[in-house]
Ligand binder design. Structure first.
Ligand code: UDX
Length: 435
């Protein structure tokens, strides 16, 4: 199949590379010529395990191409994925101007029928609007079939998620588009759900918000555990064994971040409101999520007293492990809060140091360290903000020897409290210490 992917961001690049891996001829298009040059020279602009390898393999096999020529890419391909950004506007609504701009170009440059696949995360009913926009801007010359095909990729495991999905969701009203999508995704041997466009779009909103809700629920339980002397890890383990609840996304901590959940929950609340439904349940999900960071910060202040002049080692800046993405990461709040209180904040992340420099460079009293031990040297406390595997495997005995105080605030519950106690640490985590 000949496919064009418009927008070579995270979703577009992963989708393009994986569709090429399945044997299709894919052209990834972007209007950022520097990015296309970088990709053509074999460099991947984002950190994502296995992506570089898969891109190289498919470029060498002449199945994957990068281009800035949008009109040619539209003319030469039958299936066109729209994977451009939908950033939040100031009022929180999704900005659809890039999606609509691309749709206008598709309408303008199409000379034969096209299947237009909406991959960007968009509000429900966008597919319907795209169908009208494509037809009206093309003067009814060409047939367009719109498909909603939401993505469920997790950063850090996006390639695996794409190639082994638990389900593929396809929303379309067209039989021929349905057949084409079956042909495209059939080789994955995963369940494919065919539905109408609005339902497909809603599956995306409803799924992401439900996962965020599960996390906030676990965090609310963690807070009750702190008030009752129970242990949230025991409680969520006991809950998760019930298959009706499930084990996943019950990890308590300092809350969810990233490019999806915060934005998606916000967007879903707004969409519901516009339609006349007040989604108070999701507003509470947001409130609990914001509370988790503040509460962690308050615990640090309560234990240390004044933070003025205290040296704090912050381990982990990315919003989760295996990514260099800092979007909505807890570190974006916590580092400035700690620094404002007069602490010397010595930060380290295994891969997110460069994006972190862009965020924190202008802050006084933030030092960027080469590794965990440099960050912890003579520190008054260690703060764990991201659950990187290498922090789990760290030589904590050696760490104890370089610290001024053997005190850990663990925002991700990486360790069994008794083990840390045995190693000589005072260990304060989430939902496991009576307040
Ligand atoms: C998410 C969805 O999982 C994916 O399907 C969607 O397409 C994009 O958004 P992602 O943002 O990459 O993916 O990360 P995910 O692994 O889902 O984690 C999101 C956030 O929730 C992270 O900040 C993580 O630390 C937090 N989280 C996750 C918890 O706090 N507890 C959990 O139990 C799980």
């Amino acid at each position: 199949m000949k496919i064009a992917i418009i927008g070579t961001g995270y979703v577009g690049l992963v989708t393009g590379a994986c569709l090429a891996e399945l044997g299709n001829r894919v052209t990834c298009v972007d209007n950022n010529s520097e990015k296309i040059q970088t990709l053509n020279s074999g460099t991947i602009p984002i950190f994502e395990p296995d992506l570089e390898e898969i891109v190289k393999r498919n470029v060498n096999a002449k199945r994957l191409f990068f281009s800035i020529d949008l009109p040619a890419s539209i003319r030469e391909n039958d299936v066109i994925f729209i994977a451009v950004g939908t950033p939040s506007k100031e009022n929180g609504e999704a900005d659809l101007s890039f999606v609509e701009g691309v749709a206008r170009k598709i309408a303008q440059h199409s000379q034969n029928p096209k299947i237009v696949v909406e991959k960007s995360t968009v509000p429900v009913e966008t597919g319907r609007r795209l169908q009208a926009l494509l037809t009206s801007h093309n003067g009814n010359k060409t047939r367009f079939e719109v498909v909603s095909n939401p993505e469920f990729l997790r950063e850090g495991s996006a390639i695996h998620d794409f190639l082994h999905p638990e389900r593929v969701v396809i929303g379309t009203n067209s039989e021929s588009a349905r057949a084409k999508m079956q042909e495209l995704y059939g080789p994955l041997n995963s369940p494919i759900i065919f539905t109408d466009i609005n339902s497909a779009e809603l599956i995306k909103h409803a799924s992401n918000s439900f996962l965020a809700l599960k996390i906030s629920y676990a965090n609310a339980i963690a807070n009750i555990c702190e008030l009752t002397g129970a242990d949230v890890e025991e409680v969520t383990y006991g809950m998760g064994l019930d298959s009706r609840i499930g084990k996943q996304f019950l990890r308590a901590g300092i809350g969810f971040g990233g490019s999806c959940f915060p934005k998606d929950v916000d967007a879903f609340i707004r969409i519901a409101k516009q339609k006349g439904y007040s989604f108070g349940l999701l507003e509470e999900v947001q409130r609990i999520n914001a509370f988790q960071r503040k509460h962690f910060f308050e615990k640090i202040k309560k234990r240390l007293g004044s933070l003025k002049g205290k040296s704090l080692a912050v381990l982990g800046l990315a919003f989760k492990p295996n990514t260099d993405d800092l979007r909505h990461a807890p570190s974006l709040d916590l580092v400035p809060w700690l620094q404002k209180e007069g602490a010397l904040v010595r930060v380290f992340d295994p891969v997110a140091m460069n994006p972190a420099r862009l965020k924190f460079d202008s802050l006084p009293n933030v030092q960027f360290c080469a590794d965990e031990f440099e960050a912890m040297n003579l520190a008054d406390a260690v703060l764990i903000l991201t659950e990187w595997q290498q922090f789990k495997e760290l030589d904590w005995e050696k760490a104890n020897a370089v610290l001024k105080k053997a005190l850990i605030f663990d925002g991700r519950n990486l360790f069994v409290p008794n083990r840390m106690k045995q190693l000589g640490f005072e260990y304060i985590s989430v939902g496991r210490d009576a307040l």
